[in-house]
Write a protein that binds this ligand. Structure first.
Ligand SMILES: Cc1ncc(COP(=O)(O)O)c(C=O)c1O
Length: 497
């Protein structure tokens, strides 16, 4: 395991002030071994390397290693370093299987699947007025017509029927399903009726429902590699076996590999997340054929297709599906704003009844006043005009980003995925160390997640993901200049950066 990745896992576990640091490190390493994240036979970094990566004293690491060695978790081979033992000691004295009551940092024990979902991830909340440059996934928030929305919402609230006060079980507001199905048939060439639509409180909830409903723990789910972390989180939480399948410039590229037959296939055909390619027609056809043969479900995440800058968007995969294996997922998080928490599924008819019941039972339905407001907002043409305005704004912001970094960067010409969406990818030479570059940028208030963080397996590409849609022009200019300068230094000498 690369030292950087190990340090990233360990860091959040070394926070319990009441324990000496050497005990904390010992517990954290033991926890990673017991969870199987550090596997038998795996070589540990030297005490010096780990101490430097964690910025702690070498003696602290030596103590932790010695303790793990004394208990049989780690073996030391003379001159060859320390290894995780192939056969682990029994952690409980009586040999019983026990669930720990606390984690390595002394906090409450969290289930293994939740530990996997949360991993070394640190939540970065942006409870600020402006989205920092260049954080991806966020649309422009200030220019949504909030006053207009409020007026419609107040009217809907006043005329709300009584039954919206109770536990609703209809799978969503009827009027909203009607306008969505008209909208999707017209703009995305979907094959759907209002009865096939299930309203959810976000794609995250849609994925959670689908994973629980359609697959059992251990079933295989194909994930695009690189891909959307929100989808891998939902599928992992359902205890599915995630199988990363690479993406090339025609989309999901499974035909040349030998991948286990999936129950679920997660794809973003209109604008692959995060690389930005569009799935070719021939790939679409063969994926549909494969899913029909194997009886797999394709989960089509069409998260940002409203924003296309070079002509009409390609029709959705669902519209080509004759075997009814595609489940279409749409969201209002990009076209309106993420805090709205409204999204929808277009389901094959056989899934409508079970999924509607499951949602009502397990998660409950989103608020009907909000749904009715959205229905009116769409029917009156406000959504379409907001999208039109934002499309122009985002295209101009993307151009501004290109101009601002151009100085330092031949790669400007090679930014990936700019034909649509809210972000682009700036590729770096294969094998470059993205993290030092990202950290240097962070010190200068430029936030860009590295492409490596979108991978499940070892990344084959390097790059930075640059969101621009929600970033104010002044911030794009400032951060773009800094990024251009850093990229110039980095491409001249990737090792030095
Ligand atoms: C690929 C992808 N799908 C879906 C979403 C939206 O998810 P939600 O509807 O839960 O906000 C996002 C948001 O960033 C995304 O990047």
């Amino acid at each position: 395991m690369p030292l950087e990745a190990l340090a990233e896992w360990l860091q959040p576990l070394l926070v319990q002030a009441s324990l000496p640091q050497n005990r904390q490190l010992y517990r954290a390493l033991r926890e990673l071994i017991l969870q199987g994240r550090l596997q038998g036979g795996q070589r540990l970094p030297s005490s010096r390397q780990l101490a430097t990566a964690l910025q702690i004293a070498r003696n602290t690491v030596l103590y932790a290693f010695e303790q793990l060695q004394a208990e049989g978790y780690v073996l030391t081979r003379h001159g060859a370093g320390s290894y995780v033992a192939e056969t682990l000691p029994d952690p409980s004295p009586q040999g019983e299987v026990t669930t720990p009551v606390e984690n390595a940092a002394g906090g409450p024990y969290l289930s293994r699947r939740v530990q996997q979902v949360l991993g070394g991830m640190q939540m970065r909340g942006f409870m600020r007025e402006r989205t920092p440059a260049f954080w991806p996934g966020v649309p422009e928030l200030a220019q949504f017509p909030h006053l207009l929305w409020q007026r419609i919402w107040q009217r809907q609230q006043r005329q709300m029927p009584r039954d919206w006060l109770g536990y609703t079980r209809a799978g969503g507001h009827q009027g909203l399903k009607q306008v969505l199905s008209d909208y999707l048939r017209l703009t995305r060439a979907l094959n759907c009726s209002p009865e096939q639509i299930l309203i959810t409180s976000g794609t995250q909830q849609s994925l959670d429902l689908l994973a629980r409903a359609l697959a059992d723990p251990g079933d295989v789910a194909w994930m695009e590699e690189p891909g959307y972390g929100g989808a891998s989180a939902a599928l992992t939480a359902a205890e599915l076996a995630l199988c990363p399948v690479p993406v090339d410039n025609e989309g999901l590229c499974w035909e040349r590999g030998d991948y286990p037959v999936p129950r679920l296939i997660y794809v973003t055909p209109s604008h692959q997340y995060p690389l930005g390619c569009v799935m070719s027609l021939s790939r679409r056809r063969s994926l549909l054929q494969y899913a029909a043969q194997q009886q797999s479900w394709i989960l089509e995440d069409d998260y940002d297709s409203e924003f296309r800058y070079d002509g009409a968007p390609l029709a959705a995969l669902q519209g080509l599906d004759r075997a009814q294996r595609v489940i279409y997922m749409g969201t209002l998080s990009k076209a309106c704003y993420p805090g709205l928490r409204l999204a929808y599924l277009v389901l094959p008819p056989v899934l409508v009844e079970p999924l509607t019941r499951l949602q009502a039972r397990l998660l409950r339905e989103p608020d009907y006043v909000k749904q009715a407001t959205l229905a009116e907002f769409i029917a009156e043409g406000h959504l379409a005009s907001h999208i039109r305005r934002m499309r122009q704004l985002y295209a101009a912001r993307q151009q501004l980003l290109r101009d601002s970094i151009a100085d330092g960067l031949e790669a400007e010409a090679a930014l990936l995925g700019g034909q649509g969406g809210l972000h682009v990818v700036c590729p770096l030479p294969v094998g470059s160390k993205e993290r030092p570059l990202m950290q240097q940028l962070q010190q200068r208030q430029v936030q860009t997640p590295p492409l490596g963080s979108f991978h499940l397996a070892t990344p084959q590409q390097s790059g930075l993901v640059l969101g621009y849609a929600g970033v104010h022009e002044n911030d794009i200019r400032r951060a773009g200049r800094i990024l251009g300068q850093q990229l110039r230094v980095f491409t001249a000498d990737p090792e030095q950066s």
